[in-house]
Write a protein that binds this ligand. Structure first.
Ligand SMILES: Nc1ncnc2c1ncn2[C@@H]1O[C@H](COP(=O)(O)OP(=O)(O)OP(=O)(O)O)[C@@H](O)[C@H]1O
Ligand SMILES: [Mg+2]
Length: 231
């Protein structure tokens, strides 16, 4: 079976004050369809940088990235945006909500790029907000929401298009344990429907919940272990 995500010798460096600062230093990684993966590692090790490349938000400086067998490296900006909108749901570490849009408008935003009428988009957006427990905050702007509520709007936005790949950067970082359990149940349901889940987390119980844990240290994969699954 063809892997859904495949990185070969991916390097990423940033230019800072005329110098190239290496962040990813030769990542080889293959993720199959419908895997449920955690990415862990120290702060600054390159996890978000890696996730941005997986999500077609950024490009490798060197190396290749195949998404469902297609070389992403060859796509132009418009094609990259197309892939993002069709296949990928993204939960950003910093939420990235539109500040002038309500919770509902934020949640339904990815559906703008689908062939879908306004009423259906609104219905799906509301369904997603209900799932994250925010039905009663649909009309609030991000500035009128708590930090954890903003995070849940960001999760609703990622889930509402039923993406075939969910990429989530610390999705439960600021949430209480009951809300975290609810969010994980939503991710589990998406996974049970066939989606591939890749999630950055610092929390060991969340990582243990995933079926595979990849550790990034200093821009390289330092460990990659699959958990024995019961049943
Ligand atoms: N746009 C950028 N320009 C320059 N350096 C950057 C840029 N983005 C990230 N870096 C650097 O790359 C390194 C890795 O950053 P990254 O955000 O990937 O880390 P991380 O593993 O996600 O950390 P955290 O757990 O704190 O979120 C850091 O040292 C950071 O300073
Ligand atoms: Mg990060």
């Amino acid at each position: 079976m063809q892997p859904i995500l495949e990185l070969q010798q991916v390097h990423k460096h940033y230019a800072m004050a005329g110098e190239q600062v290496p962040v990813l230093r030769g990542i080889d990684l293959t993720i199959d369809r419908n895997e449920y993966v955690a990415i862990t590692g120290p702060s600054g090790s390159g996890k978000t940088t890696l996730m941005n490349i997986l999500g077609c938000l950024d490009r490798p400086s060197a190396g290749s990235y195949l998404l469902a067998g297609q070389p992403v490296t060859c796509l132009d900006e418009r094609e990259m945006a197309g892939v993002r909108n069709r296949a990928i749901g993204f939960v950003f570490q910093s939420f990235n909500l539109m500040s002038r849009a309500t919770a509902l408008q934020n949640a339904m935003h990815p559906l703008l790029y689908r062939k879908m009428g306004r009423a259906e988009r609104q219905q799906r957006g509301m369904d997603a907000l209900c799932k994250v427990g925010l039905a009663d905050r649909a009309g609030h702007l991000p500035s009128q929401l708590s930090g954890g509520q903003r995070q849940r709007v960001a999760i609703a936005r990622a889930l509402c298009g039923s993406p075939s790949i969910l990429l989530a950067d610390e999705p439960t970082g600021n949430l209480d344990s009951a809300t975290t359990r609810d969010i994980m149940a939503l991710f589990d349901a998406l996974w049970a429907d066939g989606s591939t889940i890749v999630m950055i987390t610092h929390e060991t119980d969340i990582a243990d919940h995933c079926h595979r844990v990849i550790r990034i240290e200093d821009g390289k994969v330092s460990a990659d272990r699959r958990r024995q699954r019961n049943g």
